[in-house]
Design a binder for this molecule. Sequence first.
Ligand SMILES: [Zn+2]
Length: 205
Amino acid sequence: MARPFLASLLFCMTIALQASPTWAARSLVVTIFPHDELANVSDESIHKDYVQPWLEEMRKISNHSIEIIFKRDVAGITDIPYEQMSPEETVNIFAKAAHPQFRWQKAILLARNPFGLNSERIETFGLAMIGHPYAIASLAAYSTLGHEQGHTMNATHEAAELRYTPWPCESYVYPNRNPLRSNCYRYSDQNRATISNYLDKALRN
Ligand SMILES: [Zn+2]
C-alpha cells in the first residue's frame, strides 16, 4: 500500500541546521528506498536502528544539514528482484531508475538480505562506487548503510581502520566485515576528513 506523501514528508529529518557563517549551503538530501519486502519494517524502526547512528557520526564530521526522506512502493525501484541477479546488476538497475540529478542528492536501496555473490565470489552486503550518488545496502549488518554512504562521499577501504576501545572495532568502510569484531559506528580520521571535504564542495551553492 502506498504511504501517504504527507507521512513521508513528516518523517523528513533535518539535523545540524547551522550552516557555515561564511557561505550558504544546501542540505545533503538522502532518499532511502526500503525494498517492498520491508513492508512490515517501519520507517521509524529503520531510522532508529540504522540511520540514527550514522547521523550522529555525521554530526561530528560536518555542520552541513542532512535530510532523510523515505520513499516506498516505487515501481521499478523498490520491487527490484535483487535475489535473482548479481549485486552489480542490482546497483546498475537502481542507479538508472533512481539516479539523483545533483551532487547534493544521494539515493540508497535498502533490502532485508545480502545481495548475493559479487564477481569475486564474495557475499555482498552493499555496493556503491566512490563518489557516485547511489548505493544499495542490506539490513543484515548494522554498519552497511554508513559504509556505502561513506563511499558515495569518497571514503575508501584503504583509509578505513580498526580502532581499539580497547577491544577492536571496525570503522565504517572497513572491508571484509568480521562478525567477531564490533562496529565503531564512526569513520576513520582520514575518511572523516575526506567526507568533510566532499560535503564542503558538493553542498556549496
Ligand atoms: Zn566498501
